[in-house]
Design a protein around this ligand. Structure first.
Ligand SMILES: *Cc1c(COP(=O)(O)O)cnc(C)c1O
Length: 397
């Protein structure tokens, strides 16, 4: 028996596939039975450079020989260098390192409140978010998340969050009040079904933030690090968020998160105001440094844009006549195939044919290949998906 264990000592928090993966390289994974899989989910948008990317691995191995942990009571040269790389490649001027996406969003929410309360003296604290968003699983970030399923059984939820429907300008305007500190959103709602934000709506959000003195927070945890064809997805829209957050692809599979902001926000996080024991350890920082150097140096976002165009074109060509397929959408290599019914069984069928994909809500198949995926690998994946979806269309008739 592989992957499943009735006598597991773990909390049953996850519905796990009956597969135990034990080795990975580039776009490929192997399970403990020797089966090989083409990976089009990347551990949920994490291994953007493929499994065990050589340059990041070399940096990690080198650092393992030198130093693991000292605490943020000391200067950490790799942390400074990693932060400098991120600010050199964005409009941000200050970086805070942490260990996960939820923790990065917590930092963003705390920074927004503290800036309003300690720097501007407005006392504002409320954050407006949108339906179908996903911002994490801590108490604050699940409250910010616009999906009821993540909140069930966790009442009372923290105060200071309002959720309005995405793309609903009157609802957004009505939600803004004297306590509003920030608006937080994703450029493509990924967990919520692969829904890109409408550019005109985003411009209105930016205008409303300017008009009312609100901070704009962009959650780039899934869309960042080249995934959508730009280093950060907000670049597609020509905007400059006050704060944005990273995690998933930032460490190529090593757990790390970061919160980045414009310089005016730096003084709100003075000494002692926020912290994390493991945030930006020498190991984590060395990995981030190598990851960002590789993504920027090897023009990985450009490659993701090209591969994404090719993948969407192939999907539209092969799935175009399929009555079960409603829409192929997304940006770069964050792609959703919206179907006319539940897709859970299709994900299982694809896996049994050696292709790993994941859902985004009950009726959307989400494709998240690594950003260096080849056309040959894309052709292989599209062939498997087309076959699985043809079978579904035939059964549905
Ligand atoms: C995954 C994700 C998070 C949460 O990240 P964790 O590392 O699981 O805490 C937050 N926001 C978005 C958009 C995500 O995709």
């Amino acid at each position: 028996m592989t992957g499943t264990n009735a006598a597991s000592s773990l909390f049953p928090t996850y519905g796990r596939y009956p597969v135990a993966l034990v080795k990975g390289q580039g776009s490929w994974l192997w399970d403990d039975q020797g089966n090989k899989y083409l990976d089009f989910m990347c551990g949920l948008a994490v291994t953007n450079l493929g499994h065990v990317p050589p340059k990041v691995k070399d940096a990690l191995v080198k650092q393992l020989d030198e130093l693991w942990h000292v605490s943020n009571l000391f200067h950490i040269p790799h942390q400074e260098a990693a932060a400098r790389l991120l600010t050199d490649n964005s409009h941000a001027e200050a970086v805070f390192f942490c260990n996960s996406g939820a923790e990065a969003n917590e930092a963003a929410i705390k920074l927004a409140r503290r800036y309003h309360q300690k720097v501007l003296g407005t006392g504002r604290y409320e954050v407006i978010t949108f339906t179908k968003s996903f911002h994490g699983r801590t108490l604050a970030t699940l409250t910010a998340t616009g999906q009821d399923k993540v909140k069930e059984g966790f009442a009372p939820l923290p105060a200071g969050f309002v959720t309005v429907p995405l793309h609903d300008v009157p609802a957004l305007e009505a939600a803004i009040n004297g306590n509003t500190a920030a608006v937080m959103l994703e450029m493509v709602q990924a967990e919520g079904g692969v829904h890109p934000v409408d550019p005109a709506f985003l411009q209105t959000v930016v205008e409303l933030c300017d008009k009312h003195g609100l901070l704009l927070i962009v959650d780039e945890i899934q869309t960042g690090m080249g995934r959508t064809g730009k280093l950060f997805a907000y670049e597609h829209y020509g905007i400059q968020p006050d704060i944005f957050t990273l995690a998933k692809g930032l460490g190529s599979g090593f757990p790390v998160g970061a919160m980045l902001a414009k310089g005016k926000l730096a003084e709100a996080f003075g000494a002692g105001s926020h912290g994390s024991t493991f945030g930006g350890t020498p190991i984590a920082a060395a990995v981030v440094q190598a990851t960002v150097e590789t993504i920027v140096g090897d023009k990985v976002p450009e490659r993701a844009a090209e591969a994404g165009d090719y993948l969407r074109a192939q999907l539209r060509e092969r799935l175009g006549g399929n009555p079960f397929v409603k829409e192929v959408r997304g940006q770069g290599l964050l792609i959703g195939i919206e179907c006319a019914g539940p897709v859970g069984d299709l994900v299982t069928a694809a896996r049994s044919q050696g292709l790993l994909v994941v859902t985004a809500g009950p009726e959307v198949i989400r494709l998240l290949p690594n950003l260096l995926v080849t056309h040959e690998e894309i052709d292989l994946a599209v062939g498997i998906l087309a076959g699985v979806l043809e079978g579904q269309a035939a059964t549905a008739q």
